[in-house]
Write a new protein. Structure first.
Ligand code: GLV
Length: 311
């Protein structure tokens, strides 16, 4: 039985994963794609953005583990072998990192930090009244592991927080709306909208003109989920017409973002290179090795996703 690390074009990172996994269990036979050893021996794959159809080559494959919190890059493959478990990463350090990124962005929005950066370069002294936590409601779309951590931290800091999830869940500790019916009320309350939902056929393009129009005046959008959630032209139109006051984007349909893309130079868009919550192999390797052993001994795997639901 072997484990195949599949990270097209990222050999250095794949080697780092292999080192961390071997440190925890030197007995695991590890291959780095495209070298796969004997294909029939591959029973587990650790993957980030594989080439579609790749996994059909391994007839004894039992589990595909995503290297990240998202699994859309696996489930979008129309030629995924049937009956293979798909797992994702659930990690407190990734949640902490996401909390820090969103808190930083919300505070930058409140304090208009990016305006001050521009004014400093022009040597302009222009004090502004800050937006304050008691006057600002942050709406978190997606109350999974990451979303709930972000929501609770912002609440602790004195912000009003509302959440939105696809289906009703028991006893959320923030005010939560759910389903299509709840979306309108959720949006109407959200001065800052944080997108943290999984990418599924249902949520692709959800950040569009119709949604922006339902936000309060002066709203700000933070996308830390996937680029495909956003209709890019609708965002530009909403910013240029004053429907939105700004946006902070960490994810894009095409990464790296094309040098000619209008987001780079838009005065009300902050671009970061998909760094809101990076997987750290040293921290995450233990759960991959744990699942490898669970698989070998026929025990239930940790952090499996439902491929039909998409997360
Ligand atoms: C990053 O985007 C992840 O899915 O962890």
């Amino acid at each position: 039985m072997t484990l195949l690390i599949v990270m097209p074009d990222k050999t250095k990172q794949a080697e780092s994963w292999a080192r961390h996994l071997r440190k925890l269990d030197p007995e695991i036979g590890i291959h780095i794609w495209p070298e796969a050893g004997t294909p029939e021996e591959v029973e587990m794959a650790l993957s980030w953005r594989h080439r579609p159809g790749e996994f059909l080559k391994y007839e004894n494959l039992k589990c595909i583990a995503s290297m990240g919190a998202g699994v859309d890059h696996i489930l979008c493959d129309p030629n995924l072998p049937p009956n293979v478990a798909v797992t994702r990463v659930v990690d407190p350090s990734m949640a902490q990192s996401m909390v820090e990124y969103v808190v930083m962005t919300v505070l930058n929005h409140c304090r208009q930090t990016h305006e001050y950066y521009r004014e400093q370069r022009r040597k302009e002294w222009k004090p502004k009244i800050p937006r304050t936590a008691d006057n600002l409601c942050v709406g978190i779309m997606g109350l999974g592991h990451l979303g709930m951590n972000v929501a609770l931290r912002l609440k602790q800091m004195g912000f009003s927080v509302v959440g939105w999830r696809r289906t009703e869940a028991a006893a959320d500790s923030v005010t939560t709306f759910h389903g299509r019916e709840g979306l309108r009320s959720f949006l109407a309350a959200s001065n800052v909208l944080v997108c943290l939902i999984p990418l599924t056929p249902e949520t692709r393009g959800i950040l569009n003109r119709e949604l922006f129009d339902q936000l309060p005046a002066d709203a700000f959008v933070i996308n830390v989920a996937r680029g495909e959630h956003l209709v890019e032209d609708d965002l530009l139109a909403a910013l240029d017409s004053g429907v939105l006051s700004g946006a902070c984007l960490d994810v894009f349909c095409r990464e790296p973002l094309d040098p000619g893309h209008p987001f780079w130079s838009h005065p009300r868009i902050v671009v970061t290179p998909h760094i809101s919550s990076l997987t750290q192999p040293a921290r995450v390797a233990p759960q991959i090795v744990e699942n490898y052993h669970r698989m070998k001994t026929g025990r239930p795997l940790l952090h499996t996703v439902d491929p039909d639901r998409g997360y």
